[in-house]
Design a protein around this ligand. Structure first.
Ligand code: GAL
Length: 675
């Protein structure tokens, strides 16, 4: 669904009031006496959109084939009466105990071949025909009953599909995996070639000899592991499609599911899912295991926007305070919920939703924050929620506007999977860390990127960033090479272009597919040992990785002073065709990375969003034909000032020349558009 028609912003979901503000609501956990209080308090907070029925299966179908919709009917009517629109889940996220007791073969099996039992959630094999059959029966009932209900504004298929059960290794999965492989390879010979089974006597002569890649004594066949990842992502997508197809027979309301574009989830190749989504929705939780988590938030929000093809999207879940599933779960600091929420909005979200409405009293998530905390309405947190609700409502005019950027950032789930494989040159090279590192440099320089899948058309961009694109097909590499040849600018980081989509190494020297375009040739990788830090000729340092590289037309931007290749190039630049490309052959320190990215941005003529933007003053612009909104998020401890003119929406003030953004605050300026 394209939200902007001839530059005119249009909402992605039909709500009576602008931006979506809401939460998951799990009324099953509460006495019906609480429901009416909930609806009233939701109105007070400005909640206009709630997700219900996410974990409703055991209530809707308490015994096989026996349905009871009375509570769901009542909740839907109550919300409707209070003018709250519904994001209606299909309830298939977690099968009820009767299903796995009656049909234990539905239960998932993990890598070591052991079963996982009910008692948590998502306890099913995604390929199970029995699970699919029962899920489809339930979805049919739900869609038939509520498909035309005026309160339903969005369909929410299952929940965080693949969060826990992405990889099932059971016999049913093996059978489904074989069918998937037959379709992909058509013959067993093709499969042998693709998996390189001549290595270690792994040649198979019949499909029945193929299984899911359960734990082995040594490392597993990388081709098998890669295809299993692809298959598993597709199997989960099939589950989504099964439900979406049923819903679409009964309802014209848009259908989606909540993605998990967030640091620790990597099992779904969401670029291959988006064509099936009417709108893109994401769940994001700050990951304190990453140290400073706000840049990751921006990364995830930009990647979600990339999945939405730059259209607006919905933040379906985040948290008002702490989560309960990390080793340590800090509460949010004052203003942090506002900053996090509006950072998502700045990067294209047209809705700010949370998990969950009321903090649970029991169950695994009882210490997870919510809009209504255990402390009740007399709490800072609740007052912050009400304030956030007002702010989100004041941003109604932003709905439908878009974030535009002339910098593309290529993100690849397949490279993520392949780089993090069991055997590799260095276990310290993590795809996501490398992608985050170069993103952090761009972010600190106040530039916004558009995330795209490998193979995407790059012709409209001034600069393309290609982090660690280890696995890339000839066609997709060709798009990047042609883009540079035709006058584009690119920055490519180490361990890119190495293998094709069958994980087959390109010979003749690294970085394989990009060697000619980059004007370099690497004969050998030489990853560094942990804690090894090298000096570079420009006074900066590097770690993690080096390569024995020779220049074949490129010039050295910086070289190694010490380490395995003293004098060898660390960063290079090459004029190729009409364009220019940099290669970063090592993990540069922060300053080194900033320097290369800054040079590339300047060379490509890319300007920051505003001169004042930096790592702690995050600035992003959303715009449409006749409107422009500058989001300014001050993550720092100091007040900051910037030159701007227009109307500041949060404080309702006219700005003529400059604006102070207090430490920890957010401002949104409706900019003056010069005629
Ligand atoms: C999500 C999930 C919610 C809740 C939340 C807690 O993974 O969709 O149901 O568990 O996390 O952070």
């Amino acid at each position: 669904m394209n939200s902007s028609l001839a530059g005119q912003p249009r909402p992605i979901i039909e709500l009576d009031s602008g931006m979506a503000f809401g939460c998951d609501y799990n009324p099953e956990q509460w006495d019906p006496a609480v429901w009416a209080q909930d609806a009233t308090a939701m109105q007070q907070a400005g909640v206009n959109f709630v997700a219900i029925n996410i974990f409703g299966w055991s209530h809707l179908e308490p015994r096989e084939g026996e349905y009871d919709f009375s509570n769901l009917d009542a909740i839907i009517e109550l919300l409707h009466e209070h003018g709250i629109r519904i994001n209606l889940a299909t309830a298939t996220a977690s099968p009820p105990p009767w299903l796995t007791t009656t049909y234990p073969q539905v239960l998932p099996v993990v890598e070591d071949g052991t079963k996982r039992y009910p008692g948590g959630r998502q306890a099913f094999c995604p390929s199970s025909p029995i699970y699919r059959h029962h899920a489809a029966l339930l979805v049919e009932k739900v869609a038939q009953r509520y498909g035309n209900h005026p309160a339903v504004a969005l369909w929410h298929v299952s929940n965080e599909i693949g969060c826990h059960n992405a990889h099932c290794y059971c016999e049913t999965s093996s059978i489904a995996f074989r069918a998937w492989l037959m379709e992909r390879y058509e013959s067993i010979e093709n499969l042998n070639a693709a998996w390189g089974t001549d290595f270690w006597s792994q040649r198979v002569s019949d499909w029945s000899e193929i299984f899911t890649p359960r734990l082995t004594l040594s490392s597993r066949n990388p081709g098998q592991s890669m295809d299993f990842r692809r298959f598993s992502s597709d199997a989960l997508l099939e589950n989504y499609r099964l439900e979406a197809d049923i819903i679409r027979r009964h309802s014209d309301v848009p259908v989606t599911t909540n993605f998990m574009v967030t640091a620790h989830i990597r099992n779904m190749d969401y670029f291959s899912w988006t064509a099936d989504m009417d709108i893109i929705a994401n769940d994001h939780y700050l990951d304190h295991r990453l140290g400073e988590p706000t840049t990751e938030l921006s990364f995830a929000a930009d990647l979600t926007r990339g999945l939405a093809k730059n259209d607006p999207w919905i933040l379906m879940e985040h948290s008002t305070g702490s989560v309960n599933w990390q080793p340590h779960n800090p509460a949010k600091t004052p203003g942090e919920m506002m900053r996090n929420s509006l950072a998502h909005v700045a990067r294209g979200a047209d809705g700010v939703c949370f998990f969950q409405w009321r903090a649970s009293l029991q169950g695994s998530e009882k210490f997870h924050s919510a809009l209504m905390p255990h402390a009740g309405e007399d709490s800072e947190l609740w007052r912050d929620v009400v304030a956030l609700g007002k702010t989100v409502a004041s941003l109604a005019e932003v709905v439908g506007t878009r974030v535009e950027s002339t910098v593309a950032f290529i993100f690849s789930w397949e490279s993520w999977w392949a780089v993090d494989a069991e055997t590799r040159p260095s276990e310290s090279v993590s795809y996501l860390e490398q992608a985050h590192a170069i993103y952090a440099a761009i972010h600190a320089l106040g530039t916004t990127v558009t995330m795209v899948a490998p193979g995407s058309d790059l012709s409209g961009y001034d600069l393309v960033i290609v982090p660690t694109l280890y696995m890339v097909s000839d066609d997709h590499a060709g798009v990047i090479n042609d883009y540079v040849g035709n006058g584009g600018h690119a920055v490519i980081t180490f361990y890119s272009g190495i293998v094709d989509e069958e994980d087959r190494v390109r010979t003749g020297g690294y970085p394989g597919a990009f060697r000619e375009m980059l004007g370099i040739r690497t004969e050998e990788f030489s990853p560094l040992l942990p804690d090894q830090v090298l000096e570079l000729s420009d006074g900066r340092t590097s770690s993690l990785w080096t390569e024995r590289t020779t220049l074949q037309g490129a010039t050295a931007v910086s070289s190694y002073v010490d380490g395995p290749m003293p004098g060898g190039p660390a960063v290079t630049c090459h004029e190729f065709g009409q364009g220019r490309a940099w290669y970063i052959g090592t993990a540069l320190d922060q300053d080194g990375l900033l320097n290369v990215v800054r040079t590339a941005l300047e060379s490509a003529g890319v300007k920051p969003v505003a001169a004042e933007a930096d790592a702690s003053l995050e600035m992003v612009r959303r715009s449409a034909a006749n409107a422009s909104f500058l989001f300014v998020i001050n993550h720092g401890q100091q007040d900051r000032s910037l030159s701007t003119a227009g109307y500041e929406i949060i404080t309702e003030t006219t700005v003529s020349q400059s604006l102070i953004v207090p430490a920890g605050s957010v401002r949104v300026i409706r900019e003056e558009i010069l005629p």
